[in-house]
Write a protein that binds this ligand. Structure first.
Ligand code: IMP
Ligand code: MG
Length: 176
């Protein structure tokens, strides 16, 4: 059984403030296209990209699935949505909700690099450095957090809690 923390780990106001500074950093890099990883990255992407507000910046969505249980990703990453994109010579920013083991982002990055972009950089709202199992760091990180499972603001547990506007910690509870 799991239950949510009593108060949010990261509040709406903290998210809003961090997104302003992230957007400013990203705007300076002149990306051609944002590739947003569904489903977890959709709210973060929407809130961030409207703050970047750059006329030429395009948005596309990819779906990265790694099979695993509710709280852990497996080694194998499947990516769909790249087939219709021409990324040759493009400066690409990949956006995902969270960098955990790092397998998902590494899988995305490797698949993209094979398509000949001029550069690929990565941006995540949350980073759990203590959980890393492969060698990858994100270029832009909203918040670095500890080794805890979080939900809300796009992040799910078994597809639930995505619509909560702040980030909550999910704790294991015993006895029921
Ligand atoms: P990784 O491949 O282990 O880095 O896992 C990345 C994916 O696992 C993310 O895109 C999320 O969908 C999911 N994930 C990892 N940690 C959490 C968490 O704390 N809450 C919700 N989803 C998570
Ligand atoms: Mg997920």
């Amino acid at each position: 059984m799991y239950s949510l923390s009593e108060k949010p780990l990261i509040s709406r106001q903290q998210i809003d403030e961090r997104l302003e500074s992230l957007a400013e950093e990203i705007r300076g890099e002149d990306f051609d296209i944002i590739l947003s990883a569904l489903t977890g990255g959709f709210i973060f992407t929407a809130d961030l990209c409207r703050r970047i507000a750059c006329p030429k910046l395009q948005i596309a969505f990819i779906k990265a699935s790694s099979y695993g249980n509710g709280m852990e990703s497996s080694g194998k990453v499947q990516i769909s949505g790249l087939e219709s994109l021409d990324l040759k010579g493009k400066a690409v920013l990949v956006i995902d909700d969270i960098l955990d083991s790092g397998r998902t982002m590494l899988g995305i990055k490797e698949a993209l690099l094979a398509l000949g972009p001029s550069k690929v950089k990565t941006c995540v709202l949350l980073d759990k450095p203590a959980r890393r199992a492969v060698n990858i760091e994100a270029d832009y990180v909203g918040f670095s957090i500890g080794n805890e499972f979080v939900v809300g603001y796009g992040l799910d547990y078994a597809n639930e809690f995505r619509t909560y506007p702040e980030i909550w910690t999910m704790r294991e509870t015993y006895g029921q």
